[in-house]
Design a protein around this ligand. Structure first.
Ligand code: SAM
Ligand code: FES
Length: 346
């Protein structure tokens, strides 16, 4: 198994069969070996720096009905909210003072936020904070909408592909959602000039090692600047409430593989990882991740953006979250830095 890890470390592409073998058959020793190399690779590009993004969850209305997601349309037990433009601007003001230089606007696919409204918000943030990057994560749109947001100043876009396998995709989503369209969105975003992030949940229902290998091949082909992965965690009001959640071990292993597959990638150690294990985010960094995304949303709405059960950090003010993460990173020898944190060139 170590030969395959060495092969990946030497930046030689793995075949599908090789990824499958690694994912299925690795031992705990192999995982430790992978992390020793993924951390080394990450430090060649980013040293001990950890980039922070201020996450603003600005709407939990969604027209989609993804089977795994707590804010899906059919969940009648979620109390819906939308932040106003003023609310969003005050999150940014607070975030800027705390040293955030990237704001991530994430939400469900909410028709209230027309292209015009999104462009207005993006350009207001860019006017007030020209030294900051704006990342959007608002789902699938058409090419011209993405272009309009880009022209308004958006720099980055996160759209997890969720799974590269079409039949697996159809077991996670209703029939009106198309995996081809989702992938097309990622290629559109890239061609417009965004820094793009794809990604998937580890341990999502029905996922196989073959699916994960296909995810790796898709990532290699798309060659995004960012990849967002975290464990699937069941949510009690969804059709997948009884499904087993993903594990920390497997998520860490996939983080290590992604770091070696795209050496300079921006790779978050996610809140979901911190939710399934108290030291999940620290361990994510020690497996090759280099980004953390503390929440800047007002505390009053945090508990309403419950994609999955037991989500952490829903009661703490942004300043406390930032301090807590700074301490956590320091405890493993890493530093949270104040910068836009763009992807380093290869
Ligand atoms: N609507 C946008 C979109 O579709 O990209 C952004 C919001 S969506 C809630 C963000 C991500 O949350 C999804 O891409 C999905 O991977 C993740 N997510 C949703 N439900 C989850 C769950 N139960 N466990 C872990 N992650 C989940
Ligand atoms: Fe739309 Fe989850 S179903 S954000």
């Amino acid at each position: 198994m170590k030969e395959l890890i060495d092969k990946l470390y030497s930046e030689t592409a793995l075949t599908r069969a090789e990824y499958i073998k690694l994912i299925k058959e690795h031992s705990e020793d192999d995982a430790q070996y992978l992390f020793s190399l993924s951390v080394k690779r990450r430090e060649e590009y980013y040293g001990k720096d950890v980039y922070v993004r201020g996450l603003i969850e600005f709407t939990n209305y969604c027209k989609n009905d993804c089977y795994y997601c707590g804010i899906r349309r059919s969940n009648k037990n979620t109390e819906r909210y939308r932040l106003t433009k003023d609310d969003i601007m005050s999150c940014c003001e607070q975030g800027y003072d705390l040293g955030f230089r990237t704001f991530v606007l994430q939400g469900g696919e909410d028709p209230y936020f027309t292209d015009e409204r999104i462009c207005d918000i993006v350009s207001a943030i860019k006017t007030n904070y020209p030294d900051c990057a704006v990342t959007l994560s608002i789902g699938e749109k058409e090419h011209d909408s993405y272009k309009a947001y880009f022209d308004a100043g958006a720099d980055r876009y996160l759209l997890r592909h969720e799974t590269a396998d079409n039949s697996h995709y159809s077991r996670l989503h209703p029939a009106d959602m198309s995996p081809r369209h989702r992938k097309q969105c990622l290629y559109d975003l890239k061609s417009i000039g965004y820094q793009v992030g794809c990604g998937f949940m580890v341990g999502s229902p029905f996922q196989t090692a073959e699916n994960l290998a296909d995810d790796m091949l898709f990532i290699k082909e798309l060659s995004p600047q960012m990849v967002g992965i975290g464990p699937f965690i069941s949510q009690h009001d969804t059709p997948f409430s009884e499904m087993a959640s993903g594990t920390m071990e497997q998520t860490l292993f996939m983080l290590g593989l992604i770091r070696l597959t795209i050496p300079n990638v921006l790779l978050p150690s996610t809140t979901a990882l911190g939710t399934i294990h108290p030291l999940g985010r620290e361990k994510g960094i020690l497996a090759g991740a280099n980004v953390i995304m503390p929440n800047l949303s007002p505390v009053s709405v945090r508990k309403k953006y419950l994609l999955y059960d037991n989500k952490i950090c829903t009661g703490d003010e942004a300043a406390e979250c930032k301090k807590c993460l700074q301490m956590r990173m320091k405890s493993i020898g890493y530093n949270v830095v104040t910068s836009r944190g763009d992807c380093k060139p290869k």
